[in-house]
Design a protein around this ligand. Structure first.
Ligand code: BTN
Length: 264
């Protein structure tokens, strides 16, 4: 079913996130468009949502498979009055909001893999790409780009991601309304963003840890050419991954790609 801009506007009136909606049938990347709007001064809570992307972007210079008619591709502009060093808290908050929303459609199956991949039975159903424009001590804006595989069939993924990607429908056998999911996503993001800005990060950290997939596992984290191996312990007050490395030393990691070597 097509997304209805009119319905979205009605449902999201008065919410922090989604009070201003830019909808397109197709665009290169919603993150590029949201960054452009951010530089032009678009207010906090402005969202870009599309039916398909011709150049969807993933983390670490990857692409994001974005066919029409089946999934969610959206970017949200936020302007938190944070120190740029605390920006990872925002991506952790977004991962929690998206994971909890997905969990309502896939009870007891949803996990978050640091920093913010959402997994169903170990396969990726949702990815988040955060981009930031900031000065030395003030964030100008953050763009949270969220892609959720909703109704795409397992055999529609390209061969290179077939074994690692999934969708809500592929896992549950039930097609969902993208419209409903999108509204629930924006509402849950509004709720947790309000919590973060009014009450701080700790409650989000605790809730996030309840859904975390890595804690206690032997993992390896890759960033650029470096690989760190060890045991995942927790995330800290900034959202960094805390692990004990192979020599038992505690290390904190702010960015990278984690994979499980041995479950706990
Ligand atoms: C990841 O690699 O896990 C992040 C994927 C993020 C994909 C979304 S889809 C909407 C938004 N626009 C983009 O170009 N990317 C993000």
């Amino acid at each position: 079913m097509e997304l209805s801009l009119q319905e979205l506007k009605k449902e999201l009136a008065g919410e922090i996130i989604g009070h201003s909606i830019h909808y397109f049938q197709e665009i290169g990347s919603t993150n590029d468009e949201a960054c452009r709007l951010g530089r032009e001064g678009a207010p906090e809570g402005t969202v870009v949502v599309v039916n398909s992307q011709s150049a969807g972007k993933g983390r670490l210079q990857r692409s994001w498979f974005s066919p029409p008619g089946c999934n969610i591709y959206t970017s949200v502009i936020l302007r938190p009055e944070f120190n740029p060093a605390d920006a990872p808290q925002i991506t952790i908050m977004a991962g929690l909001a998206a994971a909890q929303m997905i969990e309502t459609y896939c009870p007891r199956k949803t996990r978050i893999k640091w920093p913010n991949d959402i997994l169903l039975h170990g396969k990726k159903v949702c990815g988040i790409l955060a981009q930031m424009q900031a000065g030395a001590d003030k964030i100008d804006f953050v763009v949270l780009g969220i892609g959720i595989n909703v109704n795409i069939a397992a055999d529609e993924f390209p061969p290179e991601i077939k074994n690692i990607a999934t969708s809500i429908a592929a896992q549950t056998g039930v097609f969902q309304s993208r419209q409903d999911l999108l509204i629930n996503l924006y509402k849950n993001l509004s709720k947790w963003y309000k919590t973060l800005t009014s009450n701080g990060f700790e409650i989000i950290r605790q809730e996030w840890l309840k859904m975390a997939s890595l804690t206690g596992c032997e993992i390896q984290v890759k960033f650029r050419d470096e690989i760190i191996k060890g045991k995942a312990l927790t995330i800290d007050e900034r959202g960094a991954l805390v692990m004990s490395d192979s020599k038992g030393k505690t290390v904190k990691i702010l960015a990278g790609d984690a994979s499980i070597m041995k479950e706990n």
